[in-house]
Design a protein around this ligand. Structure first.
Ligand code: PLP
Length: 396
């Protein structure tokens, strides 16, 4: 009666949402301040004041019919021109505005890109641990997500596995840096190694493998760490950008796709993107937001409060004895579970009212993710609970 694929996808929603539901219920039972919800990656800092001012100014001073009209499906031409110029200024990379397509955030960027790239049963490679929605987005486009594992201790990609995973059906490899769920920034050398592996495989197979650079956390970085711009390393790249995290506006749904002008058949790729957006009924990204982004694209992302949270959490947990990956970006801390089964560990953590996301849905076993985009106070209060949890394993 219904699409069995969609029914399955809808019935088995994300683990994170299930935890969020549990959090709501528990907060109602015992009080907000007694539940330490570290499940969801919803920015906890307000958007820059300037962003609201720009919205108000646009609403007050633009012809309302024009402001709230459909834009071109690819997006407002002025916004696209400004974004292309900004890309050149920021990364020294010449981006053509005619290869930019405005979207409703990274999720729609990825969904459109996969729909544009994939024929039935084509494959997309993701490196574990990976953002779970990649599976939903690629499968919805008729593709198959192939997961390449990593060294379970260092979490570095397994290159032998990557080489074995590539075949004539491989259309794309997803690079997500800074990474959700680890907060790692992929170093330039690793990207170069991935690039040369793909170049070699493409030439051996006589195909073209694109890198899909999923970059919602590009601006959320600490200690001045640089995030290499993937199109400067690998020509066949399409960037999926979003302002959800960098400007703290995830509910507004705005982002863009930028196809590298150096990529193989870039113009046709763009036509396919337009076709995919059309077929999926996106029509256009929100008009008001597109105009706001033209002005706010270069606003700095103030990470100071995330950084404070990061330091407190990382230092406290490592002092207790937990093994953690030091995040260089995003707002997630990846922590080794104290038993091999991360689900069992997360359930045990719930006994201390700590809501953590087990790593299984990220394609790796034995870790949990802590989203520290929350208040400093919550983190401070949660430390004794983490200590109690740790000690409960040590007395066994
Ligand atoms: N990619 C990654 C790695 C994410 O973590 C998220 C959201 O959490 C997204 C994409 C989707 O972001 P958006 O709100 O822009 O759709």
């Amino acid at each position: 009666m219904f699409s069995s694929k969609m029914l399955e996808m809808g019935k088995h929603g994300s683990v994170i949402r299930e935890i969020a539901e549990h959090s709501k219920m528990r907060k109602a039972e015992i009080g907000d301040d007694k539940v330490f919800d570290f499940s969801i990656g919803n920015p906890s800092i307000p958007c820059p004041e300037k962003f609201n001012e720009v919205l108000i100014d646009l609403i007050k001073n633009t012809d309302p019919v024009e402001l709230h009209s459909y834009t071109a499906a690819q997006g407002d031409p002025v916004t696209r021109r400004i974004l292309a110029k900004n890309i050149e200024k920021k990364y020294g990379f010449k981006q053509t505005d005619s290869l930019i397509y405005m979207t409703c955030g990274a999720s729609s960027s990825l969904s459109i890109v996969f729909r544009a790239l994939l024929e039935e049963d084509d494959e997309v490679i993701a490196f574990a641990p990976y953002f779970p929605e990649y599976k939903a987005f690629s499968e919805n486009a008729g593709g198959i997500l192939r997961v390449v594992g990593c060294n379970p201790e260092t979490l570095y990609p397994n290159f032998e596995e990557l080489k074995q995973a590539i075949n004539h059906k491989t259309k794309a490899v997803i690079i997500n840096s800074p990474t959700n769920p680890t907060g790692s920034v992929i170093p330039k050398e690793t990207l170069e190694k991935i690039a040369s592996t793909l170049t070699q495989a493409s030439s051996e197979l006589g195909t073209h493998i694109y890198i899909v650079a999923d970059e919602p956390y590009r601006e959320v970085v600490y200690d001045g760490v640089e995030v290499p711009y993937v199109p400067t390393i690998y020509p066949d790249t399409v960037v999926c950008n979003s302002y959800s995290k960098s400007l703290s506006v995830p509910g507004e749904r705005i982002g863009y796709i930028a196809i590298s002008p150096k990529s193989y058949m870039a113009e046709d790729f763009y036509y396919a993107i337009c076709g995919a957006g059309r077929g999926m009924g996106y029509i256009c990204a929100p008009s008001l937001l597109q105009r706001a982004i033209a002005i706010c694209d270069t606003l700095p992302c103030d990470v100071s409060s995330y950084d404070k949270n990061r330091r407190l959490l990382y230092n406290s947990l490592t002092e207790i004895g937990y093994t953690c990956v030091l995040p260089q970006g995003a707002f997630y801390l990846f922590v080794k579970a104290l038993e091999p089964d991360a689900n069992a560990f997360a359930m045990k953590a719930r006994e201390e009212e700590l809501l953590l996301v087990p790593s299984d849905s990220f394609g790796i076993k034995g870790w949990v993710r802590i989203a520290y985009c929350t208040s400093y106070g919550q983190i401070e209060k949660s430390i004794p609970a983490f200590k109690k949890l740790y000690e409960s394993y040590k007395v066994k």
